[in-house]
Design a protein around this ligand. Structure first.
Ligand code: PLP
Length: 435
């Protein structure tokens, strides 16, 4: 029987119902209807504080996490991050606008992305964005031009692709060197761009950024990245006499989707990364810069859960047992995109034996619209509530209206409050832009 308590905000009550953040999920499904996204606000705050405290403890003064808001972007989450006093990343004008409209301080926003358009640059500057994380030459020149037009000095970081040595670090090296993101270290491109940025009148180069990947459980990729980046900082110092004020080492620490994933001690990982940063700084005689990290998934994934209602249960002899639900790839495209593992529970029968291998199918007209294959669950019947765990990251933010399925609401749960953070889309909303 698979363990469903993959996070401490999940339990089973006396009625045999699955609970989340202390709430009975069957009651919530009845109250708000399904499909339904739940978010555990206290868990988000807890994770933010773990990062914030560890970074304050182990890293140079001013070091701080930023929330990579593409993982879960809505006004409520920007308000939470503002209250917790951390910065956020955005990757589009839409995310930036959402943060702005939530009252998030624009000077604490980092604008990422491999192709910021001219209108993104203008819009973000008009709103007073703190930093652009520059991804290529054209963008650097476009930012200089726009900053000059506006008569301002724009703070930036340069995003560097570390291009990790393939002999020692196979898994990440290909991704890095071939990546569509960032400025490669190879052939001196990063050094040239640094020189260009430093020469620009309206640009203030604050430092460098790199992001090695996602769903990482070991410190090794960060440690490798730190080695490579400090070597680069030393080259920059030697060639240009410049030392970065900020080094952003990216996001990507993992979360548990199933009990096969390890329990991760974020404080310990951050300490390990911090030790490496200090030793590399010392090694190269570089004043340790302020460190930033950009967790997305690890701040919000296990703060989320999705509830569905079971429709048909089809047992195809010799094939799969299809359990169809009232949502699918429209609210969670991650299995369709990359066969992401999830833990699935029949919420109203959470204490019953799990002896049924189910393929959880969405309602869309696509054979690939699956939430999970071969999930071990209790045999369900029409009307049961099905919970998919750990859906707080890259679910709501990746949702679509394919087949004109309205997006579910997001209900935020806290110790003494429960509120709708995003309303359920209506059919009228679906047609709102149709002429
Ligand atoms: C996606 C992304 C992150 C966050 O990654 P997680 O795996 O969600 O922590 C951080 N930084 C950049 C640049 C990203 O693209």
């Amino acid at each position: 029987m698979q363990n469903i308590k993959i996070c401490d905000n999940i339990d089973i009550n006396d009625q045999g119902h699955l609970t989340f953040a202390g709430y009975d999920t069957v009651d919530l499904a009845n109250k708000y209807s399904t499909p339904l996204y739940l978010m555990d606000e206290d868990k988000i705050r807890e994770k933010v504080r773990i990062y914030k405290n560890a970074m304050a403890k182990y890293l140079p003064e001013g070091s701080m996490p930023e929330f990579a808001s593409k993982a879960f972007s809505c006004r409520a989450v920007y308000r939470i991050m503002a209250e917790e006093g951390i910065d956020v990343d955005v990757v589009s004008s839409g995310e930036l606008y959402t943060a702005f409209s939530a009252g998030f301080p624009m000077e604490n926003v980092f604008f990422h992305g491999n192709n910021k358009t001219d209108s993104d640059i203008t819009f973000a500057m008009e709103k007073g964005v703190g930093f652009f994380v520059v991804d290529g030459a054209e963008e650097l020149y476009a930012i200089q031009t726009e900053a000059e037009n506006k008569g301002i000095t724009q703070k930036i970081l340069l995003r560097i692709t570390p291009g990790i040595d393939p002999h020692t670090h196979k898994k990440i090296s290909t991704g890095s060197e071939e990546s569509k993101f960032g400025i490669p270290l190879r052939c001196g491109a990063a050094l040239d761009m640094t020189k260009a940025a430093l020469s620009m009148k309206n640009i203030h180069l604050c430092g460098f950024h790199c992001h090695v990947g996602s769903q990482i459980f070991e410190c090794e990729p960060f440690i490798n990245a730190a080695e490579i980046m400090f070597k680069f900082f030393a080259d920059v110092k030697a060639a240009l006499g410049y030392t970065p004020e900020i080094f952003n080492i990216g996001g990507g620490l993992g979360v548990r989707y199933t009990c096969a994933d390890p329990v991760i001690d974020y404080d310990e990982k951050i300490k390990e990364i911090a030790d490496k940063i200090y030793s590399e700084a010392q090694n190269y005689g570089i004043n340790p810069p302020k460190i930033m990290m950009e967790p997305g998934r690890s701040l919000v994934a296990d703060a989320g859960m999705t509830l569905y209602t079971v429709g048909t249960v089809k047992k195809l002899e010799g094939f799969a047992n299809y359990v169809s639900v009232d949502g699918g790839m429209t609210d969670n495209p991650r299995y369709t995109l990359y066969e992401s593992p999830y833990t699935v529970v029949v919420a109203n029968k959470a204490d019953k034996e799990k002896n049924f291998a189910a393929t959880i199918a969405g309602r869309c007209c696509e054979s690939g619209d699956l939430i999970q294959e071969n999930a071990e669950i209790t045999e369900p019947e029409r009307g049961d509530i099905l919970a998919v765990l750990t859906t707080g990251a890259y679910n709501y933010s990746m949702a679509s209206n394919y087949n004109r399925v309205p997006r579910p609401p997001v209900v935020m749960l806290g110790k003494d409050k429960e509120y709708v953070a995003v309303k359920r889309e209506s059919f009228e909303d679906l047609c709102a832009l149709d002429v």
